[in-house]
Write a protein that binds this ligand. Structure first.
Ligand code: NBP
Length: 479
């Protein structure tokens, strides 16, 4: 028993994570893969890592010191369940099984409960950053028990990305909390990407600038409050020229965006929790809309506005778009953190939202300095009801709102779809309103379904006898 940590599943993510682990002082790594070839190849290609290869689950368990700790990096779903079943047979109470794959958090809650019954710890850990992150330092979002964290914490801290001297890993909460937070991270990533894409589209169609020129604008934006990995890579993508045609690469890429499902999970979960994550939802739907060429072809007969889109003051317009992008981004993150807050309440997780924002500063796709401002906001007020209303963000929204409105008006008049920009603005106007037409909706609900309503001027639940003499009666509260 010479290894302090093991990895099961040696495809690209698992082998990179194993190499990352092996490169850190104090770690000896046992490795196992269902089919032998991947194990042989990894061990042969990386003699420097000092891997201890195993060719059966028994051998794997025997090579690990106690408490045995193993990270599973296999295809999410049935593959994960199959590996857990085998590890449970050869592990003992107190040992730790970590699922580092992209599991759906309800699966993690189910698995944790089942594995806990054997006395073995089960930790669902969201790992972000792709292949590169796995090798050089990902952002890690572990759930699971406090007991497991004692052993696992130092190991995960040793391999995580580092932001301003702090490792990008924290014990997010119990059972499925880690995979839940990883899911919302991906949802926010969808929104951020869509907002950037809308900004690009508006600038291009409004000013006629080339992708390379717009790349320069994004590179410039990356030196200010929008600084982030996604803005940085956007400039790289826009600058790329297709070798075959000599055209900007972005002009030869088919305009149908794919998705692997984490955006949809985030939205489905938000719907169930009653949390409006409209930015994430619109971003997810925008990908869906793009991917129906037959509908797009059929709808292409529908008319747009008669007047051409003409921007008179180009520099002012670009600055308006920048402000609109930052304002919408604040709303998207505010909505995402709202979902984490609501999830924590629903599933009894104690999640430190500021700590979550800090572990996203490096290693993951939404990494940005901006996340420090979110941490500051929660440090100031841990039970902040709406992140967007915290002083720093409220200031930015105050500064940006006129630009934001001009951009949404311009996009609407020009017939340029900006679902994430405009839905974020609608959320902003909705959440800040002192009175909403929800009152009328309650009246309608009471009319057709006797769903009752509350009054602003007295306690109790009321119903108007719509089909009778229309007098109001005090009703039994039926919710
Ligand atoms: P894959 O998702 O392609 O899975 C391949 C691995 O799963 C191989 O090691 C394969 O073994 C093993 N496997 C399968 Br498939 N079914 C199995 C079973 N029933 N029992 C045992 N092993 C089984 O690998 P990946 O692309 O490296 O991703 C690993 C995990 O990381 C996934 O959950 C994925 O969603 C996640 N991921 C995360 C990121 C990120 O940025 N966070 C990026 C990419 C992937 P074999 O060699 O014997 O077929």
């Amino acid at each position: 028993a010479a290894a302090n940590i093991g990895v099961v599943g040696l495809a690209v993510m698992g082998s990179n994570l194993a190499r990352n682990l092996a490169s850190r002082e104090g770690n000896t790594v046992a490795v196992y893969n269902r089919s032998r070839e991947k194990t042989d190849q990894l061990v042969a290609e990386h003699p420097e890592a000092g891997f201890i290869p195993a060719f059966s689950y028994e051998e794997f368990a025997a090579s690990l010191s106690k408490p045995r700790t193993a990270i599973i990096m296999v295809k999410a779903g049935r593959g994960t369940d199959a590996v857990i079943d085998e590890l449970v047979k050869v592990f003992e109470p107190g040992d730790i099984i970590v699922d580092g794959g992209n599991a759906y958090f309800p699966d993690t809650i189910r698995r944790e409960k089942a594995v806990r019954a054997t006395g073995i710890n089960f930790v669902g850990a969201g790992i972000s950053g792709g292949e590169e992150g796995a090798l050089n330092g990902p952002s890690i979002m572990p759930g699971g028990s406090d007991e497991a964290w004692i052993t696992l914490g130092p190991i995960l801290k040793s391999i995580a990305a580092v932001a301003e001297g702090e490792p990008c890993v924290t014990h997010v909460g119990h059972d499925g909390a880690g995979h839940f937070v990883k899911m919302v991270h991906n949802g926010i990533e969808y929104a951020d990407m869509q907002l950037i894409a809308e900004a690009y589209d508006l600038i291009r169609r409004g000013t006629g600038k080339t992708p390379a020129e717009i790349a320069d604008i994004f590179a410039e934006w990356n030196t200010g409050e929008l600084e982030s990995y996604l803005i940085e890579i956007t400039a790289e993508v826009l600058r790329q020229v297709d070798a075959e045609t000599g055209k900007p690469l972005v002009d030869v890429i088919l305009d149908q965006a794919g998705a692997k499902g984490t955006g949809a999970w985030t939205v489905q979960t938000a719907l169930a929790l009653g949390v409006p994550v409209s930015g994430i939802a619109e971003a997810t739907f925008a990908r869906s809309l793009s991917s129906h060429p037959e509908q797009r072809a059929a709808a292409s007969i529908l008319p747009g506005p008669e007047e051409a889109f003409e921007v008179t003051d180009v520099d002012a317009f670009i600055e308006d778009v920048r402000q609109a992008l930052f304002a919408s981004k604040i709303i998207a993150y505010s909505q995402g953190f709202d979902e984490i807050r609501a999830g924590a309440a629903e599933y009894n997780w104690s999640i430190d939202l500021g700590a979550v924002s800090k572990i996203w500063r490096e290693g993951c796709i939404i990494r940005a300095q901006f996340l420090n401002r979110i941490a500051d906001a929660y440090a100031e007020q841990a039970d902040l009801p709406v992140l967007a209303a915290a002083p720093y963000f409220a200031d930015a929204l105050t500064r940006g709102q006129a630009s934001w409105r001009r951009v949404v008006v311009a996009a609407t008049q020009a017939g340029i779809p900006s679902p994430a920009f405009s839905s974020s603005l609608a959320y902003y106007d909705g959440i800040r309103a002192d009175r909403l037409p929800a009152a009328l909706v309650q009246g309608q609900r009471d009319f057709f379904g006797a769903h009752t309503y509350k009054r602003i001027d007295k306690d109790g639940t009321f119903h108007t006898q719509w089909s009778g003499d229309r007098t109001e009666i005090e009703a039994v509260d039926t919710h």
